[in-house]
Every structure is written in structure tokens, then in C-alpha cells.
Design a protein around this ligand. Sequence first.
Ligand SMILES: Nc1nc2c(ncn2[C@@H]2O[C@H](COP(=O)(O)OP(=O)(O)O)[C@@H](O)[C@H]2O)c(=O)[nH]1
Ligand SMILES: [Mg+2]
Length: 264
Amino acid sequence: MASELVNRILKGDVLAAARLIRDIENEDPDAAGILADIYPHTGHAFIVGITGAPGSGKSTLLGGMINFFRKNKDMTVGVVAVDPTSPLTGGAFLGDRMRMQGREVDSGVFIRSLASRGWKGGLSKAAADTVSVMDAMGKDIVFIETVGSGQGDVDIAGITDTCIAVLIPGMGDDIQMMKAGIMELADIFVINKADREDAGSLKTLLESVVDMKERSPGDWKPPVFLTEATTGRGIEQLGEEILRHRDFLTSSGELEKRRKGRAK
Ligand SMILES: Nc1nc2c(ncn2[C@@H]2O[C@H](COP(=O)(O)OP(=O)(O)O)[C@@H](O)[C@H]2O)c(=O)[nH]1
Ligand SMILES: [Mg+2]
């Protein structure tokens, strides 16, 4: 039975994948065996983390990203939304579902939210396992959305290839991000809600912080992008940048290094 479930997941069967993800969520001991069987079939998907304060526009940005990768790049997309600060029935989850719903009928898109609960094995592990399921399903790119409070929540950089930090003008969360160590971890910075005042000065500040870090020639220097998720401004550039970072990781050998570190 288990092997049948594995085969169905490898063929991209949504119901089979949803069943395994439900078992992962319930921390069902049977999930571990099935996961062990699908791990050898993972590694195809490019994994992108998107982190930032609640309300910064992560889900709205993701809606734009899904469109970009489906339409402009003909890539299949998975999304894992994790919000440990909100209960399953809370506004954040409903909001996530609704804003991304337009794409749920497209079989090239698979979206799942992970519920908040008293995780025994850890939310990071459940999130990583859910990403693996989507990877095994054959998704080309998998996004994981988390609230980056830096307070024991999902260790996003540990499970992603590209880490995107989302900030917004005028919230003082620039300082929050620096505290949380996101400055060290982000590969791409996004200042969303660029329609607001002070977006330009936050960009200047962030760029100067990025510049302070010493780098060798050939190192990746995290760019800072302005976006307006609600209108789609800057979305294509951000999508292209994700692919540019993927190319950088591949050609520099960094991707292999990161993934080997992760496997440990
Ligand atoms: N003005 C403005 N509002 C935005 C922008 N992007 C998202 N929003 C709004 O910000 C709110 C929170 O967005 P959401 O995507 O749920 O944020 P999340 O909690 O980070 O996932 C929603 O009301 C969005 O419509 C933007 O670029 N400009
Ligand atoms: Mg959200």
C-alpha cells in the first residue's frame, strides 16, 4: 500500500500528496517510512524561502510569482505556507488561501498551508518534509512562506536554496530583520509596498548594510528590489532574479555545497 502511495506521489497525484502531507502534519509515525521512500526522488525542485513580518505582502508577492513562473517560464510551482503565529482558522491562513486561490485549479500549482499546533518533531522538519513531497511530485520550483520573527520559528535558510527577505517601509522592521540575523541569510531583499513613502530611503539603507559585508570577487551580493505586489510592479524582475541566483548557485558549485550541508 505504501509503495502505491509513493508511486502516485511521484506521478504528481494531488490526493496522494495531500494524504502524506496530512500524515506529516499529524506527526503520524507511518509518514517517516513513506518519506524515506520518496527522498531518493527529490532534488529536482529549486527551493525558495520567502520570509518577512506578517502583513508585509508575502502571500500577495507569491501570487505574482506563481503567475510569473507558470506563464512566463512554463514551470510547475509548489507553495508551502507556514505561519506558526496564527491558528489554522485565523485570518492569515484564510487570507493566504484566498489570495492564491485563483491558481488552485491549475494542475501545475500545488499549495498547502501547515497548521499551527504543538509540534513535537518541530515545525521546520514538517515544513522541510512538505517541501520534499512537492519536490518528489515533480514541481520545478517550491516556495515556502514563513513569518521571519527569528524567534525559534522555521529555520528557513537551512531548507532553501534561495532566501528572500521581505521588508516594508515605515515599520521599523528593518531593525527587526537585522536583529533576526536575516541580513546574513537573505540572498535577495525585497522592499514591498514601494508605493509607500520612504521606500527609497529604506532601499538606500539596506544597500549600505549589504555593502558593509566583506566579499571576495565572485561572491553573491544580495540585491535590493522594490516591488508593489498589489499591482505587480517589480514582480517580473524579482522572478528573473530568482533564476539568476539559481544560475549563480549552479555554476559556482554553491548549490551542491548547500544541499550536501542540508542532507547532513
Ligand atoms: N499598498 C500596498 N499594499 C500591499 C502591497 N502588497 C500587499 N499589500 C497588502 O498588504 C496586506 C497583507 O498582504 P499579505 O500578502 O497577506 O501579507 P503576508 O502576511 O506577508 O502574507 C494585504 O491587504 C495586501 O493587499 C503593496 O505592494 N502595496
Ligand atoms: Mg501570508
